[in-house]
Write a protein of this length. Sequence first.
Length: 239
Amino acid sequence: MIKWNKKFDYPPSIRSLINDERHYDINRAKLPSVTTILQATQSEEKKAILAKWKQNVGEIKADQIRDTAAARGTVMHRIIEGYLTDQGHADLSDMGQLAGQMAQKVYKEGLKGSMEEIWGSEITLYYPGLYAGATDLVGIYEGRESIIDFKQSNKPKRREWIEDYFMQLAAYATAHNYVYDTKIQSGVILMCTPNMYFQKFVVSDSEFQGYMWKWLKRVDEFCNRNGLHGNQGGLQKSE
């Protein structure tokens, strides 16, 4: 069993959609999600790549691929959380059984023997007045305070393809450090494909700080594009 240390009081939250964008209601503040900000500030190059892929496979097929991957990832996350909390979770559907095998792969190759202490699992983190998001795991990983996220992928990824994942980790760490006075400088992505190909990506120290700065620039860009300013009630339209 991995040691649990519930040393921080993580807030409850309610997810909602505002103009089709995910927000979190925390302490009466409605904050845009990390993924909402990243999607809204995508580069034109990335938008073009996505548009070309949709054109090649067809709009309907693209939506099916996206929805199937999202559903499989949700079940995989739930099963991993069951391992960590020792509560267990089983899904006997075809998708559930595949997701269970992927979850087991992530746990055995990415967490067992490496995750030393858990502070929280499936927790909401927020930066007051700016943004919020849910991370899969936070605690001590291979001797370092870290943010850990689990990802399913239809095919293996190159490191240079997943910069947005690294910015997600940096966003969660920035929020955790601000609210709880921690010094997290490490993030880990644990990824598995349906054919059981496992990948681990670690970003830390100066590289991690670089992603923190990149993330804050994306937040600034999001606010400027939408004419917003931050306060304790969340992001509001500038007058």
